[in-house]
Design a protein around this ligand. Sequence first.
Ligand code: FO1
Length: 328
Amino acid sequence: MRVTALAGGVGGARFVRGLLHELREVRQDRDSEVVVIGNTGDDITLFGLRICPDLDTLLYTLGGGVDESQGWGRADESHTVQQELAALGAQPQWFGLGDRDFAAHIARSQWLGQGQTLSQVTERLAQRWGLPDQGVRLLPATDTPIETHVVIDDPAGGEQAVHFQQWWVQLLAAVRAHRFTVAGLGQAVPAPGVLDALRTSDVILLPPSNPVVSIGIILGIPGVRDALRGSRAPVVGVSPIIGGAPVRGHADACLAALDVEVSATGVAGLYADFLDGWLVDDADAAGAAGLRAEVRSLDLRMRDVHGAARIAGAALDLATDLSSRRTA
Ligand code: FO1
């Protein structure tokens, strides 16, 4: 079986870790291929280095090197370089970069500078984190540099666009976002293997990542949404909203910018043209009626890898049931 997941930051990475645990440990399935298509709209260039937060969060989480308390960045981290950068007056200082994390950005920037693609760079980083041994391939959504920007009010009047990370980290997403734009999206093409994975998978999963700035950006890359619409595989998603609030992060502020209701049903509406199955928390079971997608409810709290595996297993089961109905 080939399973493809579109993933963003912390929630997506934890879900994919659960998916691999469910397949490899619980179901003893070591043959199924897992392809993860990672969001690159969060990417940012700082101190002359290309930083890919969602890809790194997936690498560190799946590779066992993530700081579990944050969900991003490295465990056992130190910040000597950043402190020295601050002493030198290098800006900005609002984005926390640890010494181990810097090594990934230096290597990535060196390899990109030598003409390697982001896919090739990501494959080398995935090797370091043992992803091939887990039977998982991590593909950037696109090798074309893109960046999500957030349009907010300009204190001097009118509007201004800031990088997503500045809005998310420095402004804590507390400044109202009017809309999101993605620099470079018009020239973006899906990275090698992305469309093939969507077209040949047996199951396509949407983890509980941010539907606007993570999954939404991947969907915006020309060709991706059409591939999902035309896929023979059932597309099963997991709601990132429980009881009207995001499990983590600022998905509510992102949905508000799109005038979308902060609810499991509101998010399902963003995927309505291709979604076949939708997992909602028990708290949202009643409200999720009326969707074209088949809805199932369960406890969506991913407290640990076992909780994530349970949810991933429910998504796989729903996909299997949908497939068997199609072939019947
Ligand atoms: N998130 C924060 O809230 N504060 C930070 O200083 C921060 C630094 C950072 C550095 C590297 C990295 O890979 C992620 C980092 N994040 C930080 C998380 C990041 O903003 C989000 O995980 C994603 O971009 C949104 O999914």
